[in-house]
Design a protein around this ligand. Structure first.
Ligand SMILES: NC(=O)c1ccc[n+]([C@@H]2O[C@H](COP(=O)([O-])OP(=O)(O)OC[C@H]3O[C@@H](n4cnc5c(N)ncnc54)[C@H](OP(=O)(O)O)[C@@H]3O)[C@@H](O)[C@H]2O)c1
Length: 324
């Protein structure tokens, strides 16, 4: 018997229960892990509240790090004792132990500790594809990242800076502005107080930016479009304030032939070769010190309700790690 978080109805943080579960032996092509750190991500809130539905009862959590404790038949790439991490579906990472397909798991290099890994598999791989694949940021670009002091935000700021970009980031408070600035955000804008579109136009001498990475959704949608230069790309990668309205394509024509994409990490890591290459690039950029992990909150996994409440109340910065 081991412990895990389960929920049998959608709702507030109180629906998550710390319960006994049977994990069992790994089957063919599977491994069993003893997990030492789990990551907290905004997608966990979407599942818990029902914005992203799944059949219930179910687990929560998309990423964790730990050690292989058993391998099933046919698994040759991993052995007992290997340190590994993953980002994987279906949700269920909030657990002390877990059985997963071996091809969902990545071996960790010595330079990446378990807590660091649990804080970057989802948010860091997201930053990787946003900056390196969705819109390939190059030296001299000026970019906009919403929620710049958040988990994905602090990684994007540092990585984009290392790529030679000028980073404009929106944040909800002056404290968050200072944190974003310390992580490479050249122009933090407190969007709860300032008109960020006007500021972006001012910073870019009226030109606008080639890309806006927007994870806020409903509250920032139209203003984000107004930050783009003609042929710019609107990357809608989250909906912390609620989903976007139905898309009106004339909004994209009228502002100068804009591009729209609604990416998800799971599309980008669907092929094992991509997953491995993206993880290798992420581990390199972290090991080199260009991107530092920001574990600004830690909490016992059994108290995950508090961690969800803090994330939804916009009280967190950087990443949160849950300790099973
Ligand atoms: N598509 C993908 O592949 C993918 C992958 C990873 C993450 N995401 C998305 O990226 C976003 C960031 O994820 P994260 O885990 O790193 O979270 P996070 O950025 O650490 O937390 C969310 C932040 O959004 C801001 N926010 C603005 N309006 C909000 C509202 N009404 N309610 C709550 N927060 C609000 C807050 O920052 P301020 O106070 O500074 O405004 C808050 O701290 C999420 O939307 C998530 O769904 C998408």
């Amino acid at each position: 018997m081991t412990k895990a978080i389960r929920y049998d109805k959608t709702g507030g943080p109180e629906v998550m229960k710390w319960v006994d579960v049977e994990v069992g032996e790994p089957g063919e092509g599977e491994v069993r892990l003893r997990q030492s750190a789990c990551g907290l991500n905004y997608i966990d809130v979407y599942f818990r509240t029902g914005l992203y539905p799944q059949p219930l009862p179910a687990g929560l959590g998309m990423e964790a790090a730990g050690e292989v404790t058993a391998v099933g038949e046919g698994v040759s790439a991993l052995k007992v004792g290997d340190r590994v991490a993953y980002v994987a579906r279906p949700p269920g990472a909030y657990a002390q132990e877990r059985v997963l397909r071996a091809d969902q798991v990545i071996k960790l290099p010595d330079a990446i500790g378990d807590e660091a890994a649990a804080s970057i598999m989802l948010q860091g791989l997201t930053a990787q594809y946003l900056l390196r694949r969705t819109y390939r940021v190059k030296a001299g670009d000026t970019i906009v990242i919403q929620a710049a002091a958040g988990g994905v935000g602090l990684i994007v700021c540092q990585w984009a800076k290392a790529l030679g970009a000028t980073v404009i980031g929106t944040v909800g408070s002056d404290e968050k502005a200072a944190i974003a600035k310390a992580h490479g955000c050249d122009h933090p804008i407190v969007y709860t107080r300032e008109d960020f579109t006007a500021r972006v136009r001012e910073i870019t001498n009226g030109v606008g930016v080639p890309v806006v990475y927007d994870s806020i959704g409903k509250d920032t949608y139209t203003k984000s479009l107004d930050c783009l230069a003609p042929l710019g790309m609107f990357v809608s990668f989250g909906n912390a304030s609620g989903p976007l309205p139905p898309i009106d394509s004339s909004e994209f024509a009228g502002r100068g032939s804009l591009f729209f994409t609604r990416p998800t990490l799971f599309t980008y890591i669907a092929r094992r070769a991509d997953y491995e290459a993206m993880a290798a690039e992420l581990f390199d950029v972290v090991a080199s010190g260009k991107v530092k992990t920001s574990i600004n909150q830690r909490c016992a996994l059994s108290d995950v309700g508090q961690a969800h409440a803090g994330l939804e109340a916009r009280k967190t910065t950087g990443s949160t790690v849950l300790l099973p």
